[in-house]
Design a protein around this ligand. Structure first.
Ligand code: ARG
Length: 470
């Protein structure tokens, strides 16, 4: 021992008072973060103990002592009295060691027919399942906020963009409903993932199952799982449920970051499409006029952490042979962080969307600029003058150029001026050049017409009230 210390000191210098055994403890211990699994660990252990008694593997008396003792341990953890120890490595050993102090000898019977491998797989699945539920609840609230915006502004016109250039007028409601679609797909992805992950690994033991006459269906039911997992090797080795959660979270974070970006652009002085509430804005320490969309910027950035977590866990899992490897202890931290980040982002976005004021007048005046109804003009030439679309496109291009040269918009050109480009144009054309007429005409299913938007709002409210899912 003295020699080891000496050689360690010789290698690393006086800075390292700790010997390699302490370093081993530092790299090996997960208690610093897996204490977040305490509640799931204790719930799993209580179910396991009840099953051991029901199958006659341990006595009812011992099981009762264990189950009661575990509640004591849980309350110590919840009140913060519990002393976590890195020497005891992880949450499972910390809880069991304390249980021994609380109830004595029967504590040693809890780990019968079980291993930390199936234990941790169970705890983590329960934790991720809770997070999928939380994501679903968070998404429902966010979707409701978007529906309110869409309903209020079903017929407010605004520019629709492609390449961030004015393309065609759309309605505010239609733009909001695009996010309802995206976030409801996210919601259904979380639901799917939750359904798939809802099988119990408990009772797979270390990897091969156990010789004890356990009842895995009983523990599965007690923990709210649909059934026990059918293969013990798979049960202790896979973390695809966490990968799937992170994948769902990443896609959802992409959607969140896209709307964040729109909020950042729209709240700028150049756009003024929206005003963010003071509750979700910050000021500048130097520039008194500033009102910054910090929450939107942060959500736009948080995708980095969430997607980073996904890539990290994919990388941990790739190439691992069956069954358990200690690599898999590295499965938790990033999932914890990603879940926290997602829930916070969903809550902040819901707050921003609920509080958001769309500046109807600014939206309308932007919608009328940039020749937004040029496509309507071309469509009119096709419909009323029977021009081939390509020719109509060309004629419209010439009219746009004329208006641009005059510094006016399309409806400001006179009929005479228009007829110099195409003689057959009639005064009827003015009916299609207004922005309101443009959006009202886009009645195709999924189109931007206010009636279609209102139908979609009603359909979504209905669906969400029924099941919350597609
Ligand atoms: N702390 C461990 C983990 O998170 C628990 C499982 C330990 N199993 C083992 N065979 N060492 O993965």
């Amino acid at each position: 021992m003295t020699d080891t210390k000496k050689s360690a000191n010789a290698m690393w210098g006086g800075r390292f008072a700790a010997g390699p055994d302490a370093i081993m403890e530092a790299i090996n211990a997960s208690i610093g973060y897996d204490q977040r699994l305490a509640q799931q660990d204790i719930t799993g252990s209580r179910a396991h103990a009840a099953m051991l008694a029901a199958t006659g593997i341990i006595s009812d008396k011992d099981a009762e002592a264990i189950r009661e003792g575990l509640l004591t341990v849980l309350s110590e953890i919840e009140t913060g009295e519990f002393q976590f120890s890195a020497a005891l490595e992880d949450i499972h050993m910390n809880v069991e060691a304390r249980l021994k102090e609380v109830i004595g000898e029967p504590a040693g019977r809890l780990h019968t027919a079980r291993s930390r491998n199936d234990q941790v797989a169970t705890d983590f699945r329960l934790w991720v399942r809770d997070q999928a539920d939380a994501a679903i609840i968070g998404l429902e609230a966010l979707i409701a906020a978007f529906l309110d915006q869409a309903e209020a502004g079903a017929d407010w016109v605004m520019p629709g963009f492609t390449h961030l250039q004015t393309a065609q007028p759309v309605t505010w409601g239609h733009h909001m409903m695009a996010y309802v679609e995206m976030f409801s797909r996210d919601l259904s992805r979380f639901r799917d993932a939750r359904n798939r992950m809802n099988e119990s690994p408990l009772g797979a033991a270390a990897l091969a199952g156990t010789g004890f006459g356990i009842d895995r269906t009983m523990t599965a039911e007690a923990l709210g799982f649909d059934r026990p997992m059918a293969n013990s090797l798979d049960a202790v080795s896979d973390r695809d449920f966490a990968l799937e959660f992170l994948s769902c979270a990443s896609i959802c974070a992409v959607h969140l970051s896209r709307f964040s970006e729109e909020l950042v652009i729209w709240s700028s002085a150049q756009f003024r499409f929206v005003t963010l509430s003071d509750r979700f804005s910050t000021g500048s320490s130097i520039m008194p006029q500033k009102k910054n969309p910090d929450a939107a910027e942060l959500i736009r950035a948080k995708i980095g952490r969430i997607m980073g977590a996904m890539v990290a866990l994919f990388t941990v899992m790739k190439g691992l042979p069956l069954a358990y490897s200690k690599d898999m202890q590295e499965d938790k931290e990033q999932v914890f962080d990603a879940a926290d980040t997602l829930m916070l982002s969903l809550a902040a976005m819901t707050g921003m969307v609920s509080d958001l004021t769309a500046n109807k007048a600014a939206l309308a005046s932007a919608a009328a600029s940039g020749f937004a109804t040029a496509t309507d003009l071309a469509d009119w030439l096709v419909r009323d003058l029977d021009l081939p679309f390509r020719e109509a496109h060309h004629v419209t291009g010439s009219l746009v150029a004329m208006a641009e040269a005059k510094g006016c918009d399309l409806p400001d050109l006179s009929l005479d001026e228009m007829q110099t480009v195409h003689a057959a144009i009639t005064a009827d054309v003015f009916n299609v050049l207004s922005v309101d007429a443009s959006v009202a005409s886009r009645m195709s299913y999924g189109g931007t017409a206010p009636v279609r938007v209102r139908e979609q709002v009603a359909a979504w409210r209905d669906r969400l009230a029924k099941s919350g899912a597609r």
